[in-house]
Design a protein around this ligand. Structure first.
Ligand code: ADP
Ligand code: AMP
Length: 216
């Protein structure tokens, strides 16, 4: 069943891992703002170069360019009926812009799902994360290793470690999350759309809890 779902949670909580599983389960398109920025970076666009200056410091890319990029992506045919938003919105301004765009279509999001994980565990997860250069699938060298070292299970692409998963940038990203993104929890709670899920369980259990929370 297609749905319009926002995944909230700090860096390393498992948003990308879960968004792709929920999307494959039929919720709709997996739209990850970080992946969109990395795609621009890989293609050498002006937006990619701009985004990199913020990503390298663990800061957020300005709202105007981020909102435009994600809303445009949401208009593509695969996202017509449903989507799982991963990493967007990350500020109150982005959340309000999303609500306003959906309201224009007489719609709203169905649920905002918060994946909760302690900060020590987040640091461990990000330090061991490897990403597929081609399809962006995340792996962990200890918790969910690929079948062949350095090689993506699903597309065979090369795995790499993100520059912004280095410890000093991770620290900055966690601070950015607390300061700018954590307030969204109250925003969605006041709309009666927030559900909290324990992210420190197996990947399968987290998926089950998330799907139960939005009624998949
Ligand atoms: P986010 O998109 O929220 O930054 P990811 O989905 O990329 O997080 O996950 C961060 C890291 O943690 C990855 O290396 C991933 O393989 C690993 N991971 C994701 N979910 C779990 C889990 N439930 N248990 C252990 N490790 C996990
Ligand atoms: P992620 O892949 O979600 O961890 O995002 C990587 C980086 O991309 C972040 O640290 C930000 O610099 C940038 N980014 C991703 N999504 C957003 C967003 N919604 N708003 C602003 N910056 C973002």
């Amino acid at each position: 069943m297609s749905s319009r779902v926002v995944l909230l949670g700090p860096p390393g909580a498992g948003k990308g891992t879960q968004a792709s599983l929920i999307a494959e389960g039929g919720a709709g398109a997996h739209i990850a703002s970080g992946d969109l920025f990395r795609k621009h970076l890989g293609e050498g666009t002006e937006l990619g170069a701009l985004a990199k200056t913020y990503m390298d410091k663990g800061e957020l890319v300005p709202d105007d360019v981020t909102i435009r990029m994600v809303l445009e992506r949401m208009e593509e045919p695969d996202a017509r009926d449903g989507y799982v938003l991963d990493g967007f919105p990350r500020t109150l301004e982005q959340a309000k812009a999303l609500d306003a765009a959906l309201e224009d279509q007489g719609r709203g999001i169905d649920a905002a799902l918060l994946i909760e994980v302690e900060s020590e565990e987040l640091v461990r997860r990000l330090a061991g994360r490897w990403i597929c250069r081609r399809c962006q699938a995340p792996y962990h060298e200890a918790f969910s290793p690929p079948r062949t070292t350095g090689c993506c299970d699903s597309c065979g692409g090369e795995l790499y470690q993100r520059d912004d998963d280095k410890p000093d940038v991770v620290r900055a990203r966690l601070e950015t999350y607390e300061r700018q993104t954590a307030p969204l929890v109250g925003y969605y709670e006041s709309q009666g759309k927030l559900a909290r899920v324990n992210g420190q369980q197996s990947v399968e259990r987290v998926t089950e809890d998330l799907e139960a929370a939005f009624g998949a």
